[in-house]
Design a protein around this ligand. Structure first.
Ligand code: ZN
Length: 194
């Protein structure tokens, strides 16, 4: 059972780790490997990067590559998808997702700048469904670390009785814990203490 401080610490560690892995996936896989072809990743590692990015961001690699290559072609000139010189630092910092999506969703840009990354069968079935990736990724984190187990959020004190509908009835419906059940559980606790 974790107390609030431990839970907060765990959340920070998990959050920073996911962010760090996503950044590594972006810089090594999307940027260096796919966009610039300056290194080649072994297939299993490339697949892991792709899977991790799909689960944490929903990004489609060929779109990211197209946006990035266009940025290099038009750096700080008309046509750059996210130039702070043209659009201002604040806009690029705070509206970056919208700026990215505007260019990423332009089919002609993707066709022109990411010709070498075709849309494959696995893209159609899985990786092109960004919301599915995000739902699976976030859902897994919530299932593992989130409020799905009453034990995790109970105060760390001796002789505490946790009433969890999941444990008592294998159900998330807390209405199943009626006043009668609470009294029964208190009686049980008293007997355990005595
Ligand atoms: Zn680059």
């Amino acid at each position: 059972m974790l107390d609030l401080v431990q839970l907060t610490f765990l959340s920070l560690v998990v959050g920073l780790s996911v962010t760090m892995l996503t950044n590594l996936g972006t810089t090594i896989y999307l940027h260096r490997s796919l966009a610039h072809k300056s290194l080649t990743l072994k297939t299993p590692l490339a697949f892991l990067c792709r899977l991790g990015l799909w689960l944490s961001t929903g990004i489609r690699p060929r779109q990211w590559v197209a946006v990035h290559r266009k940025h290099h072609v038009f750096t700080d000139q008309e046509g750059d998808p996210h130039s702070p010189v043209l659009l201002g630092w604040k806009k690029v910092q705070f509206m970056n997702v919208a700026l990215y999506r505007r260019t990423a969703n332009d089919a002609s840009t993707v066709a022109r700048y990411a010709k070498d990354i075709p849309r494959t069968k696995i893209d159609r079935l899985l990786f092109d469904h960004a919301l599915l990736g995000l739902a699976l990724g976030l859902g897994s984190l919530i299932a593992i670390f989130g409020p799905t187990c009453a034990d995790k959020f109970a105060p760390k004190v001796d002789k505490i009785k946790i009433l969890s509908s999941q444990k008592l009835f294998n159900s998330k419906n807390i209405d199943l814990i009626t006043p009668r059940i609470i009294i029964e559980q208190i009686d049980l606790l008293e007997k355990e203490i005595i």
